[in-house]
Design a protein around this ligand. Structure first.
Ligand SMILES: Cc1cc2nc3c(=O)[nH]c(=O)nc-3n(C[C@H](O)[C@H](O)[C@H](O)COP(=O)(O)OP(=O)(O)OC[C@H]3O[C@@H](n4cnc5c(N)ncnc54)[C@H](O)[C@@H]3O)c2cc1C
Ligand code: SF4
Ligand code: SF4
Length: 374
């Protein structure tokens, strides 16, 4: 896989058929030939364009990670570190109702509602669960709408479809929330704006979510339908300890624990090639990995823009912060680095050589050798 001028035929061969599609949603909407069908991207007809946005913005077409780091974070890319870091802290929303509805500490919802309230942004591109708990891209314009979107769905959400649907002439200042591959697609759009819809210049804030993997709806949904009435689902959770179950909370049956091993066949195979556990191209990234307590987020503040928002949110009494113990930080860094090594190893295995790491380009050969030596 090489070159930057390609179209949907190449996307079909090099990304979709190659099992690399992450379900970010960047390639749909602007094009009449691409669509989401049963949780997968389908190409509806032959397109003859040789230089298409679908290829240009896909996070799984050749990506110069070093170049993007300079552009989005203002710092050189360091493959050994979990992205640009101003601070790593344990954080939670002060509002108990937001914590209750939120996945972990409700920080993502709290910060975005605050950014709306103080006028930093006008709307938020995020993901909303439908009646059966499946996620779809959504544009939230109020704190109430954001609260309706709180909580994680572990299926690929195609969130960026909602971004691409916003007409290019729309002047709303936006925040975008998403997992690492969605932040990478957005970074690509910042480098070369889409022709039809979704203006990256309007994006004032990006909030990334740590991500271990996402599930394929076509495999996960039937599994879920066997064990519960999906319209009664309240929340999904993957507790870190003991780390062996996928929990589904329903209105009628309370918690239903599924062994994590039963869920694994539904994991998108594309996720094994993903290097980005902590959404490195965002202004602020949030997860729960690393946090000492249940109900708190681990938050990485990455850019001055993100740091400004965090500072104002603390001053306004929206979020509370605790230091992250050094031992947790060490573990978080090790997990993020392991993810990168695994992605390189799997990409090298896929191509048959370390010289070809598929979509990842721009890494010094010496570094690759050092990372893959054990
Ligand atoms: C697919 C996936 C895998 C994840 N894996 C891990 C992991 O391995 N380790 C870890 O520490 N954290 C993981 N997270 C992040 C974690 O689940 C929380 O999102 C994060 O800790 C923020 O918590 P919060 O309480 O602040 O979020 P909330 O305040 O509840 O806000 C959550 C936000 O996530 C958005 N969202 C929900 N589902 C999706 C989706 N499928 N795709 C994109 N956006 C979505 C919503 O729009 C909402 O704005 C994962 C998240 C997702 C979506
Ligand atoms: S990874 Fe995103 S842009 Fe690439 S094919 Fe899949 S949905 Fe489209
Ligand atoms: S593991 Fe990576 S590729 Fe898969 S959904 Fe998460 S960020 Fe995207």
């Amino acid at each position: 896989m090489s070159g930057t001028k390609r179209g949907s035929r190449n996307l079909l061969e090099d990304v979709l058929k190659a099992g690399l599609c992450t379900g970010c949603g960047a390639c749909v909407t602007g094009c009449p030939y691409m669509a989401i069908h049963e949780g997968r991207i389908v190409v509806l007809d032959r397109c003859t364009i040789e230089d298409g946005d679908c290829w240009r913005h896909c996070p799984r077409t050749p990506t110069d990670v070093s170049g993007f780091s300079e552009k989005t974070q203002g710092v050189p890319f360091d493959f050994l570190e979990p992205g640009a870091i101003i601070a790593v802290e344990m954080v939670r929303s002060v509002d108990a109702a937001v914590r209750e509805k939120g996945q972990d500490g409700g920080v993502v919802t709290a910060l975005l509602a605050f950014a709306l309230d103080e006028g930093m942004i006008d709307s938020v591109v995020c993901s909303k669960k439908d009646a059966g708990g499946a996620p779809h891209g959504f544009v939230a314009r109020t704190a109430r709408e954001l609260l309706e979107c709180a909580g994680s769905s572990y299926e690929a959400a195609f969130t960026l479809e909602a971004f691409r649907k916003i007409p290019a002439g729309n002047a709303d200042r936006l925040a975008v929330v998403g997992v690492g591959c969605q932040m990478e697609a957005l970074a690509k759009m910042k480098a070369a704006a889409p022709v039809n819809g979704g203006n990256p210049q309007n994006v004032q804030l990006t909030v990334g979510l740590f991500c271990g993997w996402a599930l394929r709806s076509d495999i996960f949904r039937p599994l879920l339908e066997e064990i519960c009435d999906t319209s009664r689902i309240v929340k999904f959770d993957i507790p870190h300890s003991p780390g062996t179950s996928f929990d589904v909370y329903t209105k009628d049956a309370g918690k239903i624990s599924i062994p994590l091993d039963d869920i694994r066949p539904a994991i998108n195979p594309a996720c094994q090639y993903c290097w980005d556990m902590t959404a490195e191209f965002a202004d602020i990234s949030a997860g729960s990995a690393g946090s000492s307590f249940h109900g708190w987020n681990t938050v990485i503040t990455r850019t001055p823009r993100g740091a400004g928002l965090m500072k104002r949110a603390v001053a306004a009494g929206i979020i509370e912060i605790q230091p992250l113990p050094e031992s947790r930080m060490t573990k978080l860094k090790a997990s993020a680095l392991n993810r990168k090594k695994n992605a390189l190893r799997n990409l090298a295995r896929k191509s048959g050589t370390r010289e070809d790491l598929g979509y990842i380009s721009g890494l010094p050969a010496g570094l690759v050798d050092a990372l893959l030596k054990d």
